[in-house]
Write a protein that binds this ligand. Structure first.
Ligand SMILES: [Zn+2]
Length: 145
């Protein structure tokens, strides 16, 4: 059964594609009521191309943004790899009032500190090996000290 593919445009300016008959919502803002159909295609490949063309200006700005972020990341690189003292501090910060540490809380703290290396899993693994924390449940660690 052949179906039509729609090139849609949201009021936010985002163009996106959807199969005819589905309830489309904007791929950028999630809006689903103020969508207009700007073109109809019979095959999804043509649609994909049309979507890419329609979003070209914002895609280019996205690319520039990515480049800038990459530059920023590189600049921060030396700071990204945390030393033992920083890790210790982050571990403490990630611990709640019950003395429980989770990967999730650790990830949040690493994010706040801008630390990308080592990962939350690696830090927990190291702390476990060093006997600083022990596993207290599914995704839960407790301090031994
Ligand atoms: Zn939108």
């Amino acid at each position: 059964m052949a179906s039509n593919w729609l090139l849609l445009r949201c009021r936010c300016g985002q163009s996106f594609g959807a199969r005819q008959g589905t309830k489309p919502s904007c791929s950028r803002c999630g809006e689903s009521s103020q969508i207009t159909t700007t073109a109809v295609f019979t095959d999804p490949n043509t649609l994909t191309e049309a979507v890419a063309n329609a979003n070209l200006p914002s895609e280019i700005s996205q690319q520039i943004e990515n480049k800038l972020n990459e530059k920023k990341r590189k600049k921060l690189k030396s700071r990204d790899i945390a030393n033992a003292g920083t890790i210790q501090r982050i571990l403490k910060q990630s611990t709640d009032e019950r003395g429980v540490l989770t990967l999730q809380s650790l990830r949040v703290c690493l994010d706040i500190e801008g630390v990308t290396e080592p990962s939350a899993e690696q830090i927990i693994g190291m702390a476990e090996l060093q006997g600083v924390v022990h596993r207290a449940g599914e995704d839960e660690w407790k301090w031994l000290a």
